[in-house]
Each structure stands twice: as C-alpha cells, then as structure tokens.
Write a protein that binds this ligand. Structure first.
Ligand SMILES: [Zn+2]
Length: 350
C-alpha cells in the first residue's frame, strides 16, 4: 500500500479502496504498515560447531553443514560409541584417533569448511590399561590439526562395565595435564539429567529409539549421591585445578539446568549448549537465550554434537541463529555465541 494511502482501520472497507486490489480484506490489511527491521545479515552469519562427530556422519550430512554456513568445526574423536569390542582396550581408542586423522583433510577438501580435531579418552566406557594411551596422546597433542583435548569428563555410570570414579578422575586429570602442557583447551563432557518421559518403551527392543546403543548394557552407577551429574562436573573442575589447567581453557559441553548456575557462578569455564539432539537432553535455543540474558554472551557457545549413532540435526546451529533473534537476543550477541567464542577458545577459523 503506498504511503499516501494509509491502511484503513476498518477492514470491512479495505477492499473498497482503489489502491487495494484484493477482493476482500486479507491478513495484510490489518497490519499497521510498519514492518520490523529484520537483520538480514543473519542469513549469512558464519558459525562454528565446537563439538560434533561429523567424521562419523554421511557425506550428505557434512554437506548440510557447508550449505548452512558452517565456517569451522571441532570433530571429536574419543572412544565410547565407536569402539566395537567390549571391554574396550586402549588400542581401540587409538584406532579411532587415527581414523579421524586419516579422514580429516579429505573432509575439508570436499566441503570447504575448516575441520579440526579434538582427541580424548571418554570415560563413558571403561578402558583397560589407559596408561600407554595417555603416553601416546602427548605426541598426538603436538599435531597442528589437534586443537583440543576431549571430550572427556567424569561420568556417573558407564556402558558395559563400571569404572571406579577416582580412577576416572585420574584419567581426566592426566588429559588435562597434557592439555596444559600443550596449551590446548579441553572439551568437557558433562552428564545430563534426563527429563521426564511420558511413557516407558517396551523392554524387549533393547535400544533407545533415536540412540543406537544397547540400552540394556548400562552398568550400575559409580556415583549415586543426591546429584551425581553435578558431582561429576565438580570432580572435573577439581581435576583441572590439580592439573594446573586454567578454568577459562575448559568448554563444558551439554550445559543444562542442572549445571549452568554452578559453572557460570562458581567457575570461569565456558559453557556450551548442545542443541543438535534436543529430543534427548531437552536443551534448545530458549535455554541459550535465557543464559545469555542472565550471564551475558561472553562465556557461552552452542554445539550440535551430531553423530551417526544419534538422531541429530546438522542444521541445529543455523536454526538457533534465527531462534535466538526471535527470543530477543541481539545480533552482536548471537555472533559472539555462535562464532567469536568458539573461534577464540579453540583457535578456529583464524
Ligand atoms: Zn559428543
């Protein structure tokens, strides 16, 4: 509608206006004519995914990262879901590291985004004789393509076999010592507290739909206090102190309502909200927006944690960019969270 012909306040007569060709009033006739100033720069805002397992995805999934503007990613190789033998031996995890190193550059050349590596020993399964693996890790940490240690972090319960919690903490600390030696950041795996499900699945399927692992192989928890998930994170922070690793060199992934206040108020760690499988852990862009409102954007990132064993969404960060804006977050703060923070902590996209 031209400026000289302001919208009528009586829609029943709108279609009578000589300048309005619609036969009867449409939704548009009820608008006041002042369109919001939409930030079109969000369409092309580059973003970084500081936690995924994209080397386990399909070519087409990796292409989705490129198509939606991913500038750089941290592909995390740490034993848990991908070691075929149970119990797991150190050499199984080392094979996973080598597999990621083997494929990384081909992935970059195919898809144009930067792909760097995080290597670690995940404590979600017990590893026999981790000492040799940790010793070998020293040389891996010196590689240019390895920009982080992890994901790792004390886990309240294991898959297949229990791992004594003090032994776990020692393995986490040893990795943090290596990170400190090599001036690398650590990607921390923090345990989530599952939300209420409406109904239990039948037992005989043996798997959780959307998560391809043998659910029946979960071992009895090694941490069984009031809040084992938070206790695990506190042990990680204690391990970092004992390892001489600065808290600002830690990115705690899988932030949720159970660990956000502790990590933001009592530590200097970064917090990464995993939004690529919200159906599983119940965290989405609304939680990120709430955290930015409460604590500011300076220590917050988002990640997808996309992996072949999970129902995950390579478009999750791109979707969140728009969703954060809709939730009232400024463009500058969105850029800080999806791009600048992961760039600066992990030295990506430089
Ligand atoms: Zn992960």
């Amino acid at each position: 509608m031209p400026a000289s012909d302001p919208p009528t306040s009586d829609p029943s007569t709108a279609a009578d206006s000589a300048s309005d060709p619609t036969r009867r009033p449409t939704d548009a006739a009820y608008l006041d004519g002042s369109a919001p100033d939409l930030p079109s720069e969000l369409l092309n805002l580059p973003w970084i995914d500081p936690h995924n397992h994209a080397h386990t995805l399909s070519w087409s999934d990796r292409e989705r990262y490129a198509l939606s503007g991913c500038r750089s990613m941290l592909m995390v190789s740490s034993g848990y879901h991908w070691t075929p033998y149970k119990p797991v031996e150190a050499s199984d995890v080392r094979f996973l590291w080598d597999d990621a190193i083997n494929r990384r550059e081909a992935i970059e050349r195919n898809h144009f985004f930067e792909a760097k590596l995080g290597l670690g020993v995940h404590t979600g399964v017990r590893i026999e004789n981790p000492e040799g693996l940790l010793a070998a890790m020293d040389d891996y940490c010196a590689l240019d393509e390895v920009v982080a240690v992890g994901e790792t972090g004390v886990t309240p319960s294991q898959h297949v076999e229990r791992w004594d919690v003090d032994e776990q903490q020692a393995v986490v600390q040893a990795q943090m010592e290596l990170a400190a030696d090599h001036d690398l950041p650590v990607l921390l795996h923090t345990p989530n507290t599952p939300g209420e499900s409406k109904r239990a699945y039948r037992d005989d399927l043996g798997v959780t739909p959307g998560y391809e692992k043998n659910a029946g192989l979960g071992a009895e928890p090694v941490l069984d206090g009031e809040n084992p998930a938070l206790e695990a994170v506190k042990r990680d922070v204690e391990a970092a102190a004992d390892a001489g690793l600065d808290e600002e060199r830690i990115v705690a992934s899988h932030a949720d309502a159970n660990n956000t206040a502790y990590l933001m108020e009592e530590t200097d760690c970064y917090l990464s909200f995993t939004i690529g499988h919200s159906w599983l852990i119940g965290v989405d862009a609304a939680d990120v927006a709430d955290a930015v409102d409460e604590y500011g954007p300076e220590r917050i990132t988002v990640d997808t944690d996309c992996a072949n064993v999970l129902r995950t969404d390579p478009y999750a960060v791109k979707r969140a960019i728009f969703e954060l804006y809709r939730y009232g977050i400024d463009v500058d703060d969105i850029r800080t969270v999806v791009y600048e923070n992961p760039r600066d902590v992990f030295g990506l996209a430089e």
